[in-house]
Design a protein around this ligand. Structure first.
Ligand code: GDP
Ligand code: MG
Length: 205
């Protein structure tokens, strides 16, 4: 049980600022949002990914093509709109093509954040995939105005500033895909004491 709790606080998630985040000078703004929640950045680098690396990234989860296609069809239908195709795999083939072009178009910033509920907390503050419907107050909801309808019409991936792992399992695969072991730094942040310490006995003099 104690062992489980310890792992919990060390949950890791992979976050990437996509080329539009960098082009719009939102790097500091985006990182601040995760940092101020108490998450610890344990790796970071800027790079221009290859299209191959991007395709591998999105297909690390063998279900991604089907699940994302089905999700897209449902989101169109929920809005009373006609999806671009009824075939989930056809939809994701187009999305993947757009994603490769988008993500390899310029530098991105790849990062790992660690802390309690890192995956879920990052997804919450990042906001839903489609900026049109992302909640106000989230990064995607506040800083970008794209939609599936607009991006699909223009035959490109929706521009939503950030990639963030969807589950701890996805995070583990993505971290391995983007970082070597020696690029990840294990260290202590002083604020972890107030975030996680049970007894709070180190404050008063
Ligand atoms: P995420 O985890 O919130 O980023 O969303 P997904 O894993 O479902 O999709 C990955 C990425 O594919 C998204 O961030 C978008 O850039 C793109 N994408 C997903 N669904 C669609 C879609 O229906 N249309 C378009 N044009 N792009 C999409
Ligand atoms: Mg995803």
């Amino acid at each position: 049980m104690i062992e489980e709790k310890r792992q919990f606080k060390k949950e890791r998630t992979f976050v990437m600022i996509k080329p539009d985040g960098i082009q719009r000078s939102l790097v500091g703004e985006i990182i601040k949002r995760y940092e101020r929640m108490g998450l610890k950045m344990i790796a970071m680098k800027m790079l221009v990914p290859t299209k191959e690396h991007i395709e591998q990234h999105y297909t690390l989860d063998s279900e991604w093509r089907r699940v994302t296609g089905e999700k897209t069809i449902k989101e169109y239908k929920d809005k009373g709109l006609q999806p671009p195709s009824e075939d989930p795999l056809e939809i994701t083939a187009t999305i993947l093509k757009g994603l490769k072009k988008y993500m390899a178009s310029g530098p991105v910033i790849a990062m790992i954040f660690e802390g309690a509920h890192a995956v879920q907390i990052v997804r919450k503050v990042t906001g839903g995939t489609e900026p049109l419907t992302s909640d106000v107050g989230t990064i995607r909801g506040d800083y970008v105005l794209d939609s599936y309808q607009l991006s699909d019409n223009d035959g490109r991936a929706v521009r939503n500033l950030i990639h963030a792992s969807g589950s701890p399992e996805e995070a583990e695969m993505e971290i391995k895909h983007w970082f070597k072991k020696e690029e990840i730094i294990n260290y202590r942040l002083v604020q972890e004491q107030i975030l996680y310490d049970v007894n709070l006995d180190g404050i008063l003099e």
